[in-house]
Design a binder for this molecule. Structure first.
Ligand code: SF4
Ligand code: SF4
Length: 167
């Protein structure tokens, strides 16, 4: 009996001097692994135009049917993305998503990327649908927000030219 108490006290003393393994979340956040797949982000080009061209390939590839895309036509007076079309509606239902990354793999313009944000709490089912406005990244300092008025005949190509297709 005494020996067990002493053993317990020794365990307490021993661990008291060790560096704690717990972190004070949410004040301190643990860095994620390089290949971590967190909340999606819709990316922009450096000029601020959206990379998403509304092709719906991500929705077709999604095994959980979590993505809804509706596309509209761009004009040079009101341009959201290079090429013909842009996503006027882009939604992901996070309750369905299994974070497999197939949408990322299917995207021809690298518009949808699974980022490092893992804070996905909500209290209502309706809040689980993340809209385009929630997913799109802010315009870069060198660029402008969308829609943009652009010179005619410049942004005719939906998918950027790849210098090294194996990259
Ligand atoms: S990560 Fe997978 S399940 Fe989630 S939206 Fe993309 S393809 Fe669908
Ligand atoms: S995110 Fe990519 S695959 Fe999905 S609609 Fe936009 S361009 Fe197409």
């Amino acid at each position: 009996m005494i020996s067990e108490i002493l053993r317990g006290l020794w365990t307490t003393l021993r661990t008291m001097l060790r560096k704690p393994v717990t972190i004070q979340y949410p004040e301190v956040k643990r860095p994620v692994r390089t290949r971590f797949k967190g909340r999606h982000v819709l990316k922009r080009y450096d000029n601020g135009l959206e990379k998403c061209i509304g092709c719906s390939l991500c929705a077709a590839a999604c095994p959980a049917d979590a993505i809804f895309v509706e596309a509209r036509e761009n004009t040079d007076e009101e341009r959201y993305s290079p090429g013909e079309r842009y996503a006027s509606i882009y939604e992901i239902n996070m309750l369905r998503c299994i974070f497999c990354g197939y949408c990322e793999d299917a995207c021809p313009t690298e518009a949808i990327v699974l980022g490092d944000n893992y804070e996905l709490s909500f209290t209502d089912r309706r809040q689980s649908v993340y809209t385009k406005e929630m997913l799109i990244e802010p315009a870069p300092v060198s660029g402008k927000i969308t829609p943009q008025r652009v010179p005619a005949g410049v942004f005719t190509r939906s998918v950027p030219e790849m210098h090294d297709p194996t990259d």
